[in-house]
Design a protein around this ligand. Structure first.
Ligand SMILES: [Zn+2]
Length: 131
C-alpha cells in the first residue's frame, strides 16, 4: 500500500543521483560535527542541505537536475582521479614517480638503482634522475 503510493508519488520525479548522495553524506558528516560541537551555524547548513536534497529528489525538472549532476561529476572526477593515483603511488614502494622536466609527462622508474638516465617517451628528452 505505502510502497504503491510511494512509487506513484515518485513517478516523473528525479530521485537519487551522485550529487544527492554526496549532499547526503555531507549532511550526515556535518550533522555529526554539529552533534559533537553544538555549533549553531552547522544546524542551519544541515537544514539547507536536507532541503536541497529533498528538492532535487522530488523535482520534476529532470533535465535541469541531470545537468547539475553532470557539472558536479565534472568537478569531482579529476579530484577522484588525483586521489586514486596518489593512493597507488603511496602503495607502490618499487617505483619512484616524477614528472619529465621538459614536457611534464608523468613517469616512473624502479627504485634503488642509483642515478639513472631516463628517456621520456612522450617528448624524447633525456635526463638524469635519482631512482
Ligand atoms: Zn617529456
Amino acid at each position: 500500500m505505502i510502497r504503491q503510493y510511494l512509487s506513484r508519488f515518485m513517478t516523473g520525479r528525479y530521485g537519487m543521483d551522485q550529487l544527492n548522495l554526496f549532499l547526503m553524506v555531507t549532511y550526515l558528516v556535518l550533522y555529526l560535527v554539529f552533534f559533537l560541537t553544538g555549533l549553531w551555524v552547522l544546524d542551519m547548513i544541515v537544514l539547507v542541505l536536507l532541503l536541497v536534497v529533498l528538492f532535487r529528489m522530488l523535482s520534476r525538472d529532470i533535465y535541469r537536475r541531470q545537468a547539475e549532476n553532470t557539472r558536479f561529476l565534472q568537478i569531482v572526477r579529476p579530484i577522484q582521479h588525483k586521489f586514486r593515483t596518489f593512493r597507488t603511488r603511496m602503495k607502490d614502494r618499487e617505483h619512484r614517480y616524477f614528472k619529465c622536466p621538459s614536457c611534464g609527462q608523468q613517469m616512473r622508474v624502479p627504485r634503488g638503482k642509483g642515478r639513472i638516465t631516463v628517456h621520456c617517451r612522450s617528448c624524447g628528452a633525456t635526463f638524469e634522475e635519482k631512482s
